[in-house]
Design a protein around this ligand. Structure first.
Ligand code: IVH
Length: 673
């Protein structure tokens, strides 16, 4: 590149970064994922380091964080709030450790390993043990006074415990929004047509920088202390870990996962452990922070520009990336559901290459306004199915195209129907539709159903297209000559498959019920039905009420089960399965899930803040309760969360007992011994 075009590129990058900074720090509404932002920043840093003559004081590389806004008083940090350097691999971490050891001329280092909380930094100033001021980091030198919102965060003590220092003590830490609170908040905001947050970190940042503390108080924020700033007197111990212990004694929340380790191997072990635990943690983390524990060593190591030499952040692979939508088409599911799917230009995110993501249904696709040609943010967190978080509107090409849902099934040409009030469009072809037949057979053969090893997707496609398989029972008619005659099927694998099919004949009622594909009957409902009735005949004969008595079965599921067994074709398939030798043990009905709540029918309604509704349901059932979806005279108790509506009204009308989340907590505590 010529000097001119380098200058130009630098200008473009600065301009883009400034815009993104504004979106991120001022509007709390980033338009691109962090990974993309980091790339822009890295490119700029690299160009500037190669051409130091082009560096200007205003370049975004020359400061930390965002601008201070005028609507808040500014706070000058007596000690600057620093940022951290990054490492992205084991090798880079080993290099970091080696540099530290060489500078200090020691063999091994004691480190404090801490989850890198994905929130915003907050400085809390205590005087005489009382919180007198809270400030954001801002640009590291000057932050914003957010005392009014920090005070409403329950985890931030307004007064320290007795024995805490009486002089000034500046505590620094991270404000974050726990995953559960974030999900619940967004769900409510979406239902109310209000602005949702892209991620918990922006939710935390946006909330802290609210003008109205009343509004901030409604958002579930939490706080962990991770270091100190200004400290008067001689309170400070000789190392970081001991400081955190003292902070905890003073009443400040400190992350319970922090760990003191010896040497870089200890750091790596901690990183591996937290990588495993990440999905189950109640808060988002985006990496691990390692800090040299000893303050004397920290002083000796000092700083480079805005970051300490004694600490670094080990980042997890990005969970959000950008790519473009090459096309949108639809998939026909087992129950005929027509699902729009975005075909993406392959993108590596969260450790895998993603090429397809479901758009769920037409409404969801419209809500996100995803169009063919759009640049989108793709997220894949842990083992969660990849999703499109949002479109990047600035990057929409002029020829971006909306996708219209087909009115005919792309596979069997039957009309597509969308029932009033339902989000899902369905092919009305039923088993005429080859797509539905294929999916039904795939499901039947899957691991949690009949578990037929070797009956893979491609094979099912071929066999359905050849009309060898027309329903699930036909699987048990397959023989070696038929299979061996297929493309790419050797005699040996045909033999193996026939053997696997033979083995699968001996199954359980639960697997069968799950496998035959009754709408809304998943694994756990199938298990409940099998346990409750013991025999298939009893289920076939059960009426709506008898079905609704089963734990986990409400009126809708019960009606799907009824409809399934009222259908002659389905009964014929089951008869064929039996004739072909499929069998399962007959058992006695087991209806007593006994526990302290046996005999009670409980209805959960409204928004629960302390536990997910589905989890509460499972926990109550484990205690013997029946959890129902509708209130009737038979209901023993209604647990009403926030914004409970018609069910609460009905309970009051019928004189059914109503309790809040305290009541729920009380019931759930019966399960703890
Ligand atoms: S220590 C000089 N510890 O990560 C050390 N930071 O760029 C400064 N963060 O803005 C930070 N968890 O908000 C530290 N356990 C932790 C942290 C942590 C999250 C954030 C912090 C800072 C950013 C570093």
């Amino acid at each position: 590149m010529s000097e001119d075009s380098i200058q130009q590129r630098i200008e473009t990058l600065r301009h883009q970064i400034e815009q993104h900074n504004h979106q991120y720090y001022v509007l709390d509404a980033p338009k691109i994922p962090d990974a993309e932002y980091d790339r822009l920043m890295r490119e700029l840093t690299k160009l500037e380091s190669e051409h130091p003559e082009l560096v200007t004081a205003e370049s975004p590389t020359q400061r930390v964080g965002g601008a201070v806004e005028e609507r808040f008083d500014s706070v000058r940090h007596e000690l600057p709030m620093l940022s951290l350097g990054n490492v992205f691999s084991e090798q880079e971490l080993r290099d970091f450790d080696r540099r530290v050891r060489e500078r200090l001329d020691v063999d091994t280092i004691v480190y404090s390993c801490e989850p890198k909380l994905d929130g915003v930094a907050l400085s809390l100033l205590y005087e005489g043990g009382r919180l007198v001021r809270a400030a954001t980091r801002g640009d590291g030198q000057t932050g914003e006074d957010v005392t009014h919102t920090a005070r409403v965060i329950p985890a931030v003590p307004l007064r320290l415990m007795d024995g805490a220092p009486q002089g000034r003590l500046e505590v620094r830490g991270e404000v974050y929004m726990p995953k559960a609170g974030f999900a619940a908040y967004n769900k409510r905001a979406e239902a109310a047509g209000e602005k949702t947050f892209v991620n918990p970190r922006n939710a935390a940042a946006g909330t802290l920088r609210q003008l109205d503390p009343q509004l901030a108080a409604k958002r579930p924020l939490a706080f962990f202390a991770y270091s100190v700033g200004v400290v008067d007197g001689d309170w400070l111990p000789s190392g970081h870990v001991a400081t955190l212990e003292l902070l905890a004694e003073a009443g400040l929340p400190v992350c319970p996962h922090n760990q003191r380790v010896d040497g870089v191997e200890g750091c790596l072990a901690f990183y591996a452990e937290m990588t495993d635990k990440r999905d189950t943690l109640p808060y988002e983390i985006d990496g691990i922070v390692y800090k040299v524990d000893d303050y004397e060593q920290q002083r000796e190591l000092g700083f480079v520009s805005k970051a300490p030499r004694w600490a670094t952040a080990h980042k997890f692979p990005a969970q959000e990336e950008l790519t473009t939508v090459a096309d949108i088409d639809v998939q026909v599911g087992r129950t005929g559901a027509i699902t729009p799917v975005a075909r993406l230009n392959p993108v590596f995110v969260g450790g895998v290459t993603v090429t397809n993501v479901t758009l769920h249904n037409e409404d969801e696709m419209r809500r996100k306004d995803v169009r063919i040609g759009d640049t989108v943010i793709v997220r894949r967190a842990g083992d969660v199915i990849p999703e499109i978080v949002a479109v990047v509107p600035d990057r929409r090409p002029i020829d971006a195209r909306l996708f219209t849902m087909p009115s005919q099934c792309p596979v069997c040409q039957s009309p597509v129907e969308r029932v009033e009030g339902e989000a899902v469009a369905r092919c009305t072809g039923g088993l005429i539709c080859a797509a539905q037949r294929k999916e039904a057979i795939r499901h039947f053969a899957s691991r949690k159903a009949l578990d037929i090893e070797g009956l893979g997707d491609k094979l099912i496609d071929q066999l359905v297209e050849a009309e060898t398989l027309n329903n699930v029972a036909d699987v048990f008619r397959l023989d070696v000559p038929t299979l061996a005659a297929l493309d790419r099927m050797a005699e040996k694998s045909a033999g193996n498959l026939v053997a696997a099919i033979e083995t699968a004949k001996s199954t359980t009622l639960q697997r069968l019920l799950y496998g035959i594909g009754i709408r809304e009957v998943g694994e756990s409902t199938a298990a409940n039905l099998a346990r409750w009735f013991g025999r298939l005949e009893a289920i076939v004969e059960a009426d709506q009420d008898a079905l609704e008595a089963v734990p986990d079965v409400g009126p809708i599921v019960a009606s799907h089960i009824r409809a399934f067994f009222d259908n002659e074709d389905n009964l014929a398939v089951i008869a064929s399965l039996r004739e072909l030798g499929v069998h399962w043990p007959q058992k006695k009905p087991q209806r007593t899930q006994t526990g302290p709540l046996t005999g009670q029918t409980i209805v959960l309604t409204g928004t629960l803040t302390s536990i997910k509704r589905s989890e509460a349901k499972i926990a109550l059932e484990a205690l013997g309760a029946k959890v129902s979806g509708s209130v009737s005279k038979a209901t023993s108790l209604v647990i009403a969360g926030e914004k409970a509506g018609s069910k609460l009204t009905k309970a009051t009308e019928l004189g059914v007992e109503v309790g809040g989340e305290e009541k729920l907590a009380e019931l759930l505590s019966l399960g703890k011994t």
